[in-house]
Design a protein around this ligand. Structure first.
Ligand SMILES: [Zn+2]
Length: 185
């Protein structure tokens, strides 16, 4: 857990646990052995081969998926107010301008951008879930990546290639925040 996260004494720590738990689930579905030359560095795990064909890991759907599912799940916990998820996503919308400024594709954003790349990736997953369903993302997509490969699994669940979807998202996410928040449950 990096320093960008809150400490255990804070309320925000609860979604962090759910975030890490979703990583366990993701890794359970992408069960390929570690390459011998990665020196145990998780950022060069060959799991990333699934996502962009390279070994240098990018946050993309691992982090966007973990963060959206964590916040979504947490928003449904007893005692969490109805506006929680919209509030979190409004805060994460601060990443939209810096993302456009990078000129990079979502799938190329790194861990060490000048803004929190997880935030814009969380918006992308919110967009995928809105256009399909939470189950499509969480169950169908993640359980098919290993068998179908990333591109095929993405296309068969979300209806277009990842690059096409990113282009569509870029147009959509340039709208005013009030419009964007309409998709957040
Ligand atoms: Zn994470």
């Amino acid at each position: 857990m990096s320093s960008k996260y809150p400490g255990p004494e804070e309320e925000d720590y609860k979604p962090v646990i759910l975030h890490e738990y979703f990583h366990v689930y993701q890794h359970g579905n992408l069960s390929i052995p570690e390459l011998p030359d990665t020196d145990g560095d998780w950022r060069t795990s060959n799991r990333n081969v699934y996502f962009n064909g390279g070994e240098v890991q990018v946050p993309f759907l691992m982090e966007g998926g973990a963060e959206y599912m964590a916040q979504y799940r947490y928003s449904k916990e007893a005692g969490v107010d109805a506006g929680y998820l919209k509030r979190v996503m409004e805060y994460k919308a601060e990443s939209i301008k810096p993302y456009f400024n990078t000129g990079k594709s979502l799938r190329e954003l790194g861990y060490d951008e000048e803004f929190n790349s997880y935030d814009i990736l969380t918006w992308f997953v919110a967009y995928l879930v809105h256009n399909t369903s939470e189950e499509t993302f969480r169950i169908d997509f993640w359980t098919q990546i290993e068998d179908l490969g990333f591109e095929e699994a993405f296309k068969s669940n979300f209806g277009k290639s990842a690059d096409e979807m990113i282009a569509e998202f870029d147009t959509w996410v340039a709208q005013p925040i009030d419009v964007l928040l309409e998709i957040i449950p």
